[in-house]
Design a protein around this ligand. Structure first.
Ligand code: WT7
Length: 629
């Protein structure tokens, strides 16, 4: 049942709670399956184990490509907008995309890729990235896309964790006025990986690079040898589709595992429902395919829905702060989906950057990745939407695979800075500190989900125990999101931010533990504590408290070295905004760092630190207060 009114939404929602299996089996009917499901849902959040559409067989690319050929072969599937506005945009039809995916799937096969093999993709936002993702899915290989802003050692960790056999990359990438030498980052990373047999390199920047004989192959040369047709490998609904890494509050990044059937059904349904996509609409999500937003809402959801989806290679500030709006006018974008951090940065630029472009094609706006503050919401509404476009504030996670809480565009009455209501199929629970579910309205608690939805992650690759501990142990029988949430008197939800040691910086998820261990690698560092603090544009910024050895030397020099270390270990996105050298950290008698205190000092609340009676050594706090930046 399509949702066309708020009443439809309420009916659909109630149906999804009363008869979830019937609800989702109805939704699943609009896809192409080789075999229908025998069982719609089996689940146990204590193990945890979740299986959707057991027994069903499919290939997601047949749903994204083949089935559209009868009705929309000539329709544009992907519009690609390059980094440099002088370079021509590309319009790739469904027919062309189908051919390109099949041909590249053959490239993968001729290089030994088989069903179940893991393939790492480390590429800029060029059409070949989407083609590579779909080509993996075509042959049942599991893609692990690593955002091309991560460092060589972050890349190597991810390649080793998933034991990838192939790496797909490019010579380099264009980002604004910068040219980044991706291939040498790959080369450096691969010095620490034994599992990789071949690297297929796309020529994008045409800078001269080193090719390792026997290992590295040129994309175009491989394509020239490949056959055109490639039958889709038939997959079980619960077979793995991809792995995507996300940061956690402890330890190394977690390889979240998503499976074929449920992920396809949920991303497509939520794309159509939340954005109210209509045939002919041009849709642009500004995310990178290196993140879940790009997987679900640039590639899979929109293509399965037969939409026209835009891929943008560049950055919002190049050649000037009007680039987004120029692209909106150029491609007559109807639906525009971006991150609050981009909105806040663009809001700071002169309004003439907006005014000089024709934004009249826009009908729906979206945001994702972090809470949007009211001011940014109103600026977006008034200046971009001209007061005429619903804004859908979509809350979800890498782990959820698809949008969970959001207004339905044009249907759900909006409230600025509220993600509003759960989509059909999403059963929320707000928990109190004691682990009891809070009921009713006007409450605040920890956001959990008490019933499975089709696109939830099934496990952490190679570590099911960690999956259980991270998400299913805080409140047994519930999936715990890590976020705080308010439900107001109208039953509307507002996400208040992370309640664990994950920091969302410019919409990117970073774990404090990862950054701390990167800094601790420096030979002059004894111990580090990292916290987040509010930042105007980034949402949060990183503040590092560093205990150095006795002979620190030049502090500024050491700061520079620490920044480089973080950049090399994780990537530039993880660099601390502020580094304070301290002589000790506030610890409890049991040795736990009291981050609450450090967060307060970082956010400038230096005086009122609350209860410090459990501190081992209160003098430490005093000296940190004195030296606060
Ligand atoms: C975390 C997940 C979902 C794709 C991009 C991020 C925060 C996400 C919102 C929103 C408030 C949000 C949460 C969440 N978050 N969307 N609309 N309002 N917070 O995916 O990297 O897995 O991060 O992003 O804290 O837990 P991710």
């Amino acid at each position: 049942m399509e949702i066309r009114s708020f009443e439809d939404y309420q009916k659909a929602y109630n149906h999804s709670v009363e008869a979830p299996e019937e609800f989702w089996s109805n939704v699943a009917r609009s896809f192409e399956w080789h075999k229908p499901a025998e069982t719609i849902l089996e689940w146990d959040f204590h193990k945890p184990e979740v299986r959707w559409f057991s027994g069903a067989q499919l290939n997601i690319t047949e749903n994204c490509l083949d089935r559209h050929l009868a009705t929309r072969a000539e329709q544009t599937a992907i519009i690609w907008e390059p980094n440099d506005p002088q370079e021509a945009a590309q319009h790739i039809s469904y027919q062309q995309l189908h051919s390109k995916v099949c041909k590249f799937a053959n490239v993968l096969k001729q290089n030994g890729a088989e069903k179940g093999d893991r393939i790492c993709i480390y590429m800029p936002m060029v059409p070949e990235l989407a083609i590579a993702v779909l080509a993996c899915a075509r042959i049942g290989a599991i893609h692990s896309v690593v955002f091309a802003g991560f460092s060589s050692s972050a890349l190597a960790d991810r390649i080793n964790d998933a034991k990838c056999k192939l790496v797909l990359t490019s010579d380099g990438s264009f980002r604004g006025s910068k040219v980044i030498d991706l291939k040498s980052i790959v080369d450096e990373g691969l010095q620490h990986c034994d599992c990789v047999e071949k690297v297929i390199v796309l020529a994008r920047t045409h800078e001269s690079i080193k090719m390792h004989p026997g290992r590295d192959l040129w994309w175009h040369e491989e394509l020239a040898k490949a056959a055109d047709d490639c039958a889709a490998t038939v997959m079980e609904a619960e077979d793995m589709l991809f792995i995507l890494y996300t940061s956690g509050s402890t330890g190394k990044p977690k390889g979240m595992v998503h499976t074929c059937g449920g992920y396809m059904v949920y991303t497509t349904y939520t794309f159509q429902t939340a954005f109210q996509y209509e045939p002919g609409d041009v849709y642009w999500c500004t995310a990178d395919i290196g993140w879940i937003t790009g997987h679900s809402y640039i590639v899979y959801g929109p293509l399965a829905a037969g939409a026209t989806t835009v891929m943008f290679e560049g950055v919002p500030s190049y050649p000037d702060m009007g680039r987004f709006w120029e692209v909106v006018a150029k491609h007559k974008i109807n639906i525009f989906y971006t991150a609050p951090t981009a909105i806040r940065a663009l809001e700071k630029a002169d309004i003439s950057f907006v005014e000089r472009h024709d934004l009249s094609s826009l009908k729906t706006l979206g945001t994702v990745g972090e809470p949007i503050n009211e001011e940014a919401w109103h600026w977006y509404d008034e200046n971009i939407g001209k007061g005429n476009c619903p804004i859908i504030d979509t809350w979800w996670q890498t782990e959820t695979g698809g949008i969970m809480i959001t207004p339905i565009a044009g249907i759900t009455p909006l409230k600025p800075a509220f993600a509003t209501l759960p989509l059909p199929g999403v059963q929320l629970a707000l928990m109190d500190e004691q682990g009891q579910e809070l009921t009713g309205d006007n409450i605040e608690g920890r956001l959990s989900i008490k019933f499975p939805w089709p696109s939830m992650a099934r496990t952490i690759y190679g570590n099911h125990q960690r999956f259980k501990e991270t998400y299913f142990s805080a409140y047994p029988g519930y999936y715990f999101t890590g976020d705080g949430c308010k439900r107001d008197a109208d039953g509307y939800h507002r996400i208040t931010g992370r309640v664990d040691d994950v920091i969302i910086v410019s919409g990117h998820n970073l774990g404090t533990a990862e950054i701390e261990s990167a800094i601790d690698e420096h030979h002059k560092v004894v111990e580090t504590a990292v916290v987040g603090y509010p930042h105007d544009i980034k949402g949060n910024a990183i503040y590092a408290y560093v205990i150095g050895k006795d002979d620190l030397g030049d502090e500024d020099q050491l700061r520079t070295e620490i920044l480089r270390l973080v950049s090399d270990t994780i990537g530039p996105i993880a660099k601390p905004e502020k580094i304070q050298f301290v002589s000790g950290l506030p610890k409890t008698r049991s040795g736990k760092i009291m981050r609450r205190i450090l967060r307060k000092i970082a956010s400038g609340e230096i005086e009122n630190l609350g209860d410090t009676s459990t501190l081992l050594d209160p003098a430490v706090v005093h000296s940190i207060q004195q030296g606060a930046l």
